[in-house]
Design a binder for this molecule. Structure first.
Ligand code: SF4
Ligand code: SF4
Length: 112
């Protein structure tokens, strides 16, 4: 069966994601800036692949999970500069802050 227009649109949007998994760690304020702590992954993140083990039901099972929308890509301080949506859609990167990444992933190390 052919996918509906809506499904195709969603698929194209999802394909932008580079599966870095950086939006799937605990966010906290540190020194006045939103920070992604890669020492504390979401319980549903598969560290080796950067994929979510409950993707289809993620908003039901994880209360901290947020859908990445165009407006979040453009304005949310919860997303890091490395996010593929931010790279593509945030035009004024110097004006709208992104989240800083700290912990193992910030040093290119996967520990979980
Ligand atoms: S539930 Fe949400 S935050 Fe957790 S791993 Fe899945 S997509 Fe990421
Ligand atoms: S930070 Fe952006 S590119 Fe990385 S997994 Fe999350 S939505 Fe995808």
């Amino acid at each position: 069966m052919r996918p509906s227009r809506r499904e195709s649109k969603q698929r194209r949007w999802d394909e932008i994601c580079n599966r870095c998994g950086l939006c799937c760690y605990q966010k906290e304020y540190r020194s006045g800036r939103m920070t992604i702590n890669t020492d504390r992954p979401c319980a549903y993140l598969v560290g080796e692949t950067g994929l979510c083990m409950v993707y289809e039901t993620r908003f039901k099972v994880c209360r901290d999970c947020r859908k990445v929308t165009l407006s979040r890509a453009m304005f949310s301080s919860l997303l890091p500069a490395e996010c593929a949506y931010v790279k593509r859609y945030r035009k004024m990167k110097w004006l709208i802050p992104t989240a800083r990444v700290v912990g193992p992933r910030s040093r290119g190390i996967k520990r979980h």
